[in-house]
Design a protein around this ligand. Structure first.
Ligand SMILES: *Cc1c(COP(=O)(O)O)cnc(C)c1O
Length: 356
């Protein structure tokens, strides 16, 4: 297992701060009381503020991984009578396609390569659909889409805009009002830098209106919204992670708010990118988020061998790719409790690996 002496640069779980780890080490308190309700209500309000959600938006807190968030959104907001455009730019886009298949949701599977959809109007026809589904940052390749252009397209075509913001929230701008987002999915183990297990679904009144009768007990959003009004969840939540979330949201506020936190993520990503320019590593996409840098070796070296050497010889963990791109690309996350010293460990290791 990966232990604490390793420096981690993986896109979830990510490096957590000392204070967050300390909260995780404490006893889990009972939660069916007002003091826990206050915590959950605080978290809901803060998350909606940070997402700049429209008035009367709500958050569903699910004790489940991010994929459960993706699946439950499709279950609750769509039926066989809808038609969705699904942006498929890699593993996570494909996952939405597979989920739509599982629930017989009619959809267009739009394979997006080499575009951030800035010129979406020339690529897609929105007139025959009512829903748009996209992963803001397609984490499998480290590619971020133009949420502003997508938002305008959705507004023009009256599409319900569902955005998986799991690996974009906190590091990259996700603004429900500016980007006309009706439903944003976020998860604990990415930019929020908490342990895995908590997924949050922010919904605008327009999305809440679409909630239908689902054939699921655990994932029935109506129950979450009803209990959530008094700061509770229908079933035992991951109480410890929610307490860590409360702390993390306060931390973001104390550090100058979400805009300052996004700016810091950008500074960190640029610091890394600027300091590896002399190495034979090329950015895999020109649409990189602040959350991650995806690199391709240009000297014939196998990306997978680089990942292994970094781990074995330098105790630095970056993320390999699977499938076809296993030897072509590796990924470096900038999410989490990172700073120059932490990033220097990776830069130093890469320099030694290339003996420069
Ligand atoms: C990590 C991630 C998810 C969630 O994956 P889980 O393993 O289910 O938590 C979903 N979408 C994107 C874009 C992600 O990066």
């Amino acid at each position: 297992m990966i232990q604490k002496e390793f420096a981690i640069f993986t896109p979830g779980p990510v490096k957590m701060s000392r204070e967050i780890l300390d909260i995780g080490a404490m006893q889990t308190p009972y939660f069916r009381n007002q003091s826990f309700s206050d915590v959950l209500l605080y978290c809901e309000k803060q998350l909606l503020d940070m997402l700049n959600a429209p008035k009367n938006s709500r958050v569903v807190f699910l004790t489940a991984s991010g994929t459960a968030g993706m699946e439950s959104v499709v279950m609750n907001l769509l039926t066989e009578k809808n038609h969705a455009i699904v942006i498929n730019g890699g593993g996570f886009g494909q996952r939405f396609v597979d989920i739509c298949d599982s629930y017989d949701i009619p959809h267009q599977n739009y394979i997006a390569t080499n575009t951030n959809l800035q010129e979406i109007d020339t690529r897609l026809d929105g007139t025959a659909s009512d829903t748009f589904i996209v992963n803001a940052h397609e984490t499998s390749v480290g590619h971020i889409y133009d949420l502003e252009a997508i938002g305008k397209f959705c507004q023009k075509n009256k599409l319900l805009n569902i955005v998986d913001a799991i690996s974009a929230f906190v590091t990259d701008r996700v603004d429900m009002q500016k980007h006309h987002i009706d439903c944003a999915i976020v998860s604990s183990q990415k930019g929020l830098a908490l342990p895995p297990g908590l997924t949050m679904i922010a919904m605008s009144p327009k999305a809440i209106d679409k909630i239908n009768k689902v054939r699921s007990h655990y994932f029935n959003f109506e129950n979450y919204l009803k209990d959530g009004a008094r700061g509770q969840t229908p079933y035992t939540p991951c109480v410890g992670i929610i307490l860590q979330l409360e702390h993390r949201l306060k931390q973001i506020q104390n550090d100058g708010g979400i805009k300052a936190t996004i700016k810091k993520a950008k500074t960190m990503a640029n610091y890394f990118r600027d300091n590896i320019k002399h190495l034979p590593l090329l950015a895999y996409t020109k649409f990189m988020p602040n959350a991650m840098t995806t690199l391709t070796p240009t000297d014939g070296k196998s990306a997978f061998d680089i990942v292994c050497a970094l781990e074995q010889d330098y105790k630095v963990i970056v993320c390999p790719n699977g499938g076809e791109t296993k030897h072509k690309v590796f990924r470096v996350s900038h999410m989490g409790d990172t700073d120059h010293t932490h990033i220097d460990k990776l830069i130093d290791a890469l320099n030694k690996l290339y003996e420069v």
